[in-house]
Design a binder for this molecule. Structure first.
Ligand code: ADP
Ligand code: MG
Length: 588
């Protein structure tokens, strides 16, 4: 091919690809424009995950009629005049590319009236071509409607995820801006249903309650660098009791701009050093104020990354501010724990056997004494297998004789080859896991229905995540019904979990699902099964009767893979008779 300058239309589409990756990026750009225009109310509506329609309305300054056509032209901006201006950018936009890029790959309608003008204007742009411009009456402010996104770039369209995934991304963008701008009221409607609404009260705490839910917010600590140094840090970070399996809930803003920065995220995690287990991460929402000349925001087309003049100083400021909040709070909790120690915990009683005929909520039946059950091993239940009846499966461990329990966590047993220490929780998890898989293969799932369904209220992002995985959850026996934008009625749970608190189970499950964003993680199905077995299994700290211990060991002896729990941790330690003899100096 000969070298040729690309036609303007092709250039525009390539440029569009950098800015507009998916519906959420359109929403982000339109929100930024509304914020730059000084809006105090921003309303976002999306239909069909944003592919059919994205509409962002604001009550900001609006655009003068004679400038409206320029607004959708490439490299046209009211926010920047010279390269020197880049040094002290105070607006979110400055590249003059967003509206043009979005217009190039959609059917866009821009309706706007400048607050000083008598009449407004409406433009219709399709695939970058300005088709119509009319004068109309309109309230002051701007409404941008984007229909049929990527209609002319099928490759891009093909790469979009399912509607629910796109919805979740959009929710995430809106909640992030709502946190960064607590003084602005944000409203989000998806397919006509309002799923998020911030008050615009100006208090970050009010927004966080809406985003994370009150339960989580109760475990958030205020972080405030209190005027120390040039780099101000303000926001909230979780107490060490509230944590996640990944870093996705660490949200950072620099001068009102949501950014991704692995190093600053690490600074937050570092602040919890020794306070959190490895592999667990805090939740945090932190606003950094950095003098504009000290930060370069023009390094990435979507402005998601920034460069600091002195990255180490920013790192230190974040780490110090968070650490101080966490350590101060930790001192208070230690005191509290010391008081708690004197109240002796009653040993948890085992919840046994489900009564499938009982009515009411999830049937909860506690029996004071253990009644040996017959050979009905196909009946899934949380009960630890009890009694003489052995599962009709080949033996994979030698026959073990139970001697007792130590630390309410381990079963001591004797076998032909020495001593065995069995982790009761890990072993029970293994047993349930294999039972679950067998039953699932053989007869589909066994769900436990509730006559009066419990409802669970989730934070908007959690609700989107749940919706996204609703099919898989249903497949394993969780019947959940939307009961409002972020509320679900729990109609059934897997029978294994019938006596557990559905809210607790679902919250734990959501964390597992959320953690699965990285490649190489377990499949959704696996996660659900593992979580179900984990929740159902007997916990460490539970005192077991001899019958229960025997039942558990009997079942473990016939597991296909008795030596590890489904997460891969050992279920038992074996100490051979030879080893014991050697330890006691009986063998040479
Ligand atoms: P940028 O935000 O980088 O300037 P955009 O393409 O996003 O580029 O917008 C182009 C221009 O259109 C802006 O500079 C602004 O003057 C005007 N504009 C866009 N959206 C709005 C809005 N919601 N309210 C007022 N003016 C707007
Ligand atoms: Mg913009």
């Amino acid at each position: 091919m000969t070298i040729q300058v690309l036609p303007e239309r092709v250039i525009a589409q390539i440029a569009a690809g950098e800015v507009v990756e998916r519906p959420a990026s359109v929403v982000k750009e339109l929100i930024e424009n509304a914020l730059d225009a000084g809006a105090s109310v921003i309303r976002v509506e999306i239909d069909g995950g944003g592919k059919r329609l994205i509409r962002v309305s604001d009550n900001g300054a609006g655009i003068h009629s004679d400038e409206a056509a320029l607004a959708v032209a490439r490299h046209a901006t009211s926010k920047l005049r010279s390269v020197a201006d880049l040094e002290h950018i105070e607006t979110l936009g400055f590249r003059g590319e967003a509206l043009a890029s979005i217009a190039a790959v959609s059917h866009m309608t821009l309706t706007t009236r400048h607050r000083d003008a008598a009449a407004g204007v409406r433009l219709r742009v399709e695939g970058g071509d300005l088709l119509r411009k009319q004068t109309i009456g309109a309230p002051a402010g701007t409404v941008v409607s984007v229909e049929n996104l990527f209609f002319n770039t099928p490759a891009r369209l093909k790469f979009l995820k399912a509607d629910n995934t796109e919805k979740r991304q959009v929710t995430s963008v809106i909640t992030r801006y709502a946190m960064a701008y607590p003084g602005v009221q944000f409203v989000l409607l998806q397919d006509g249903v309002e799923i998020f609404h911030s008050s615009g009260s100006g208090r970050l705490a009010d927004v966080l309650v809406k985003v994370f839910g009150l339960d989580s917010f109760k475990h958030m600590l205020e972080v405030n660098s209190q005027g120390e140094g040039e780099h101000q840090v303000y926001g909230y970070s979780s107490t060490p009791e509230l944590h996640r399996a990944d870093r996705s809930r660490i949200t950072l803003f620099v001068n009102g701009r949501s950014i991704q920065d692995a190093s600053l995220t690490f600074a937050v995690v570092q602040a919890y050093h020794t306070l959190l287990m490895t592999g667990r991460y805090p939740l945090a929402v932190l606003m950094l104020r950095v003098p504009p000349p000290d930060v370069d925001v023009n390094v990435h087309p979507t402005k998601a990354e920034v460069r600091f003049r002195d990255p180490n100083a920013v790192f230190a400021a974040v780490q110090r501010a968070v650490r101080r909040a966490v350590v101060e709070a930790a001192q208070v909790t230690t005191m509290r724990q010391m008081v708690d120690v004197v109240t002796i915990r009653r040993p948890a009683q085992l919840d046994l056997e489900l009564d499938m005929t009982d009515s009411g909520q999830y049937q909860r039946q506690q029996r004071p004494a253990l009644i040996p059950r017959g050979g009905d091993i196909d009946d899934e239940s949380t009960a630890i297998p009890v009694g003489p009846a052995a599962p009709a499966r080949p033996r994979t461990l030698p026959m073990l004789r139970v001697l007792g329990q130590i630390s309410a966590a381990y079963i001591v047993a004797e076998g032909p080859a020495g001593m065995y220490l069995v982790d009761q929780h890990a072993a029970h998890e293994r047993i349930l896991y294999e039972q679950f898989m067998d039953n699932h293969e053989r007869q589909g799932l066994i769900a436990q229905y509730a006559l009066t369904a419990q409802t669970i209220q989730l934070a908007p992002l959690e609700a989107r995540l749940l919706e996204e995985h609703l099919d898989s959850l249903t497949h394993f026996g969780f019947a959940l019904e939307a009961f409002g934008p972020n509320t679900f009625a729990v109609r059934s749970v897997p029978a294994l979990l019938a006596d557990k608190d559905p809210t607790e189970i679902l919250r734990a499950l959501l964390q597992d699902l959320e953690a699965g964003k990285q490649p190489g993680q377990r499949t959704i199905e696996e996660k659900i099964i593992l979580r179900v077995c984990k929740q159902a299994a007997v916990k460490a700290g539970q005192i077991l009767s001899l019958d229960e211990m025997q039942g558990l060991i009997r079942a473990l002896e016939r597991c296909r893979s008795p030596l590890t729990c489904p997460h891969g941790r050992p279920t038992l330690l074996h100490m051979s008779s030879d080893h014991l003899a050697r330890e006691f100096g009986r063998l040479g």
